[in-house]
Design a protein around this ligand. Structure first.
Ligand SMILES: *Cc1c(COP(=O)(O)O)cnc(C)c1O
Length: 367
C-alpha cells in the first residue's frame, strides 16, 4: 500500500458526544460527501451509536446508500432537485428538504401511496437553498399531500459569532417558524445550527443541530473559533503515505515540473507517493510531511501521483518509510488546518477531496 487515510472512529464518537452536550438537543450527523471523506457508512453507524438521532446528506444517492447498508435511522436529504426519483425516496423512508413549489408539486404527486416526509427549507439570508420569494405563496392547502415533519435554514456566517447577520437569520427563521405553526404545524422539528453555531450560538439550537466538520474533529474556522484543541475536538483522520524514494542531491538542484524551486543546500529529497489525483492540492505551499520526527516541507510542484519533500541532509529516512501528511498535530505533524491554510483553502476542502484511490482504514470500531 502506498497511502491510506486512518480514521479513528472513537474520535468521532467523542466529538458527537461533546457536540450533543453543547447543543443540549438532538443531533443530526452530517455525512454528505462520503462523510467529509471519512467514509459514509462507518461514520454514520458510529454517529448513531454515539447518540445522533438523524443523518443528513446532500444527495438522494447518498441517502439510498445508507439505506442499502441497512441503516434505518431517520435520514434527511437536502439537495434533491425537481426530476429526482421521489417515489424511491418515499419508499425508502428518506425525508426530503423542500425549497420550491415545483419540487413540492412533484413530491406531492409521488406521495399517492405513502406521504413523503418533508422539511421546509427557508432562505433566511444566505441566498442559497430555501424558500424566499415563494414562501408567501405556500399555503396549508399546498402542503396537504405531504407530511411536514421539519423546518430548517442554514447560517452563512456562524463562524463569525459577532456578525449581525446571525441575529438577522435567527429572527427570520423564528418568523418562518411562527408562520408554519399558524398553519397548525406545532410539533415539527426546527433546526438551524451547523457546527459553528452549535459551538458558539446556543440560542439557535432549537430542536436539533446539524453538525458536520466538528464531528470529524476539525474547527469550522481556525482563525475565529480556534483550532481543534481549543474546541476540545479530536481530529479523526490521519493521512499517511509511503516514501517511494529517498535520494541525496546537491545544492541548487531544480525540483519538479517547471523547476519552480531549487534545493538551497546539499540535502536529501523524498518522493511521497500521493499527488493531486489523491487530493493533495497542487497549490499547497509551506505544507509538507512528518518524517522521522521532523517536518519536511514540500519542494517544487505537486504532481498527479507524487510530490517531493526536502528531508534535510541529516535525515535518517529511507525509501519505503511511512510519513504523516496530516494528523491531529499532537506530535508536531501538519494538520488538515495547516494544509488548508497552505492551499488558500479550508480544512473542509482538504478532507473531502481525498480521492477514492486512498483506502480508508478504521483504527477503532465503536458500533
Ligand atoms: C454541510 C451542511 C451542514 C454542516 O455544516 P458544518 O459547518 O460542516 O457543520 C449543515 N447543514 C447543511 C444544510 C449543510 O449543507
Amino acid at each position: 500500500m502506498r497511502a491510506e487515510a486512518l480514521v479513528d472512529l472513537s474520535a468521532i464518537k467523542h466529538n458527537v458526544e461533546l457536540l450533543k452536550k453543547e447543543a443540549g438537543t438532538n443531533l443530526l450527523a452530517v455525512v454528505k460527501a462520503d462523510a467529509y471523506g471519512h467514509g459514509l457508512v462507518p461514520v454514520a453507524k458510529t454517529a448513531l451509536a454515539a447518540g445522533a438521532t438523524y443523518l443528513g446528506v446532500a444527495l438522494l444517492e447518498e441517502a439510498i446508500e445508507l439505506r442499502e447498508a441497512g441503516i434505518d435511522a431517520p435520514i434527511l436529504a437536502w439537495l434533491v432537485q425537481p426530476g429526482s426519483d421521489f417515489k424511491r425516496a418515499i419508499d425508502l423512508d428518506i425525508e426530503l428538504a423542500v425549497a420550491s413549489l415545483v419540487a413540492l408539486a412533484e413530491i406531492t404527486a409521488a406521495s399517492s401511496d405513502k406521504k413523503a416526509k418533508v422539511h421546509l427549507e427557508i432562505d433566511t439570508g444566505m441566498s442559497r437553498g430555501g424558500f424566499l420569494d415563494e414562501w408567501e405563496s405556500l399555503t396549508p392547502k399546498l402542503l396537504q399531500g405531504v407530511d411536514v415533519v421539519g423546518i430548517f435554514s442554514h447560517f452563512a456566517r456562524a463562524d463569525e459569532p459577532e456578525a449581525a447577520q446571525n441575529a438577522e437569520q435567527l429572527d427570520r427563521f423564528s418568523a418562518a417558524v411562527g408562520r408554519i405553526q399558524s398553519f397548525g404545524y406545532t410539533k415539527i422539528l426546527r433546526h438551524l445550527s451547523n457546527s459553528a453555531a452549535t459551538l458558539k450560538n446556543g440560542a439557535a439550537s432549537f430542536d436539533m443541530v446539524r453538525t458536520g466538520i466538528a464531528m470529524y474533529g476539525l474547527s469550522p474556522d481556525v482563525q475565529t473559533l480556534g483550532d481543534s484543541k481549543a474546541l476540545a475536538l479530536r481530529p479523526a483522520m490521519q493521512l499517511r503515505a509511503a516514501l517511494y524514494l529517498v535520494k541525496s542531491v546537491p545544492a541548487d538542484t531544480p525540483v519538479g515540473y517547471g523547476a519552480t524551486e531549487l534545493t538551497s543546500s546539499d540535502t536529501k529529497l523524498a518522493v511521497v507517493a500521493m499527488g493531486y489525483a489523491d487530493g493533495i492540492p497542487r497549490i499547497a505551499h509551506h505544507a509538507g510531511v512528518w518524517s522521522s520526527g521532523k517536518r519536511a516541507p514540500i519542494i517544487g510542484r505537486v504532481s498527479m501521483d507524487q510530490f517531493v519533500v526536502d528531508l534535510g541532509a541529516q535525515s535518517k529516512a529511507q525509501s519505503g518509510d511511512w510519513v504523516v501528511v496530516f494528523g491531529n498535530g499532537s506530535h508536531g505533524e501538519f494538520t488538515a488546518d495547516d494544509w488548508g491554510i497552505a492551499s488558500q483553502s479550508i480544512n473542509y476542502e482538504i478532507v473531502t477531496r481525498i480521492g477514492p484511490r486512498v483506502p480508508r482504514i478504521y483504527s477503532a470500531h465503536v458500533y
